[in-house]
Design a protein around this ligand. Structure first.
Ligand code: PLP
Length: 351
């Protein structure tokens, strides 16, 4: 059975967190002379609310989950780092990842001197459940499992049933990274949080919500896990400009849903147009805002596009001949397709 005390690092359990200037005062004040801030008002002369109370209340309504189940990070990248730091003892514990997947799990583990166990995805990019069961049974150093769904760079989802099944056999924590869930037709794992105490769901304002530059990520989990993350986070990790921008964005959420629809329509159009090209050998089904394709001459295509100022992502070192294309505004997508059509006909003439 999952026991939070067994998995939390001893130093974290004992830790007395920093008490920020505003933590110790409850009530309403008229004169703030406690934090050595500038008294001259502008959009950010005061320290932000370290508990992000108002923003969490809005996110709580948006995601239909109580504030006590929400942690906010300086991007989900900060949440990934804090989760590793809270639960993995350096030079001792390990995380389990399923490549090809998002690179930050490995980077954060390396920064924290935490080991990495890798089980490659199967040919169709699904999880190998049997191997996972065997691995977590035999390797007791594994404290965290990272499942990215929809996965970056492959675009496929892992069904919630499978995630649940893995979590129920595991004494550590399963992190479900849902950075692209807003583009997907599949339900978020959020609805399972109450019944699966060892799950953390990560979402972000960086992709569908259009705020990559502001850095705001969310972690949803049991109040016990959330309090541990709150205990070890830098006190003012979400700046006041980001908190205010996020409140505005949530207020105008209708805009976001319209853009998600447009991006998904554009993705379907791109898929059809890419399909018509001889250089494109395979387009993987995607529930995210990008397409992973396999191309003849993928390295050449990548370089030729770059020379024309069109930047896509070469993923050839992870998936043979693969290129990852983010879905842009219609004009940008059209520019890419035209460039690819030209490359396509040049290559046809050569062969
Ligand atoms: C883009 C991305 C993130 C984003 O993280 P932020 O730090 O919130 O910008 C997280 N996970 C995956 C899989 C991503 O692709």
């Amino acid at each position: 059975m999952f026991d939070i005390n067994k998995i939390t690092r001893e130093n974290v359990k004992k830790l007395q967190p920093y008490s920020s200037a505003r933590d110790e005062f409850k009530g309403s004040a008229t004169v703030w002379l406690d934090a050595n801030e500038s008294p001259y008002p502008n959009s950010c002369n005061r320290y932000p609310d370290s508990s992000q109370k108002i923003l969490k209340e809005k996110i709580s309504v948006l995601k239909k989950i109580p504030s006590k189940n929400i942690f906010l990070g300086n991007g989900s990248d900060e949440a990934i780092d804090l989760i590793i730091r809270a639960f993995c003892e350096p030079h001792q514990d390990e995380i389990l990842i399923f490549p090809p997947t998002y690179g930050m799990y490995e980077v954060s583990a390396n920064i924290n001197a935490v080991g990495i166990s890798s089980l490659p995805l199967r040919e169709d990019f699904s999880l190998d459940e049997e191997k996972i069961s065997e691995t977590i049974k035999n390797n007791k150093r594994i404290k965290l499992i990272f499942i990215c769904s929809p996965n970056n760079p492959t675009g496929n989802i892992t069904p919630n049933k499978i995630i649940k099944n893995i979590a129920q056999q595991f004494n550590g924590i399963v992190v479900i990274d849902e950075a692209y869930i807003d583009f997907s037709i599949t339900d978020s794992f959020l609805s399972e949080i109450n019944s699966i105490p060892n799950a953390i769901v990560l979402q972000t304002f960086s992709k569908a919500w259009g705020m990559a530059g502001a850095r705001l990520g969310m972690a949803f989990s049991s109040p016990d896990i959330i309090s541990i993350l709150n205990k070890i986070k830098p006190p003012y990790n979400i700046n006041i400009l980001t908190q205010n921008e996020a409140l505005k964005t949530i207020e105008n959420q209708k805009n976001i849903y319209e853009k998600i629809n447009i991006i998904n329509q554009e993705k379907n159009k791109m898929e059809q147009k890419l399909n018509d090209l001889d250089i494109v050998e395979n387009i993987f089904p995607s529930e995210a805002n990008f397409l992973l394709i396999q191309c003849k001459h993928s390295n050449e295509i990548y370089k030729t596009l770059a020379q024309q100022g069109i930047v896509i992502r070469n993923r050839g070192q992870y998936v043979k001949n693969a290129l990852r294309i983010s879905i842009g505004i219609p004009e940008g997508n059209e520019t890419l397709i035209k460039a690819l059509q030209k490359i396509n006909s040049t290559i046809l003439q050569q062969s």
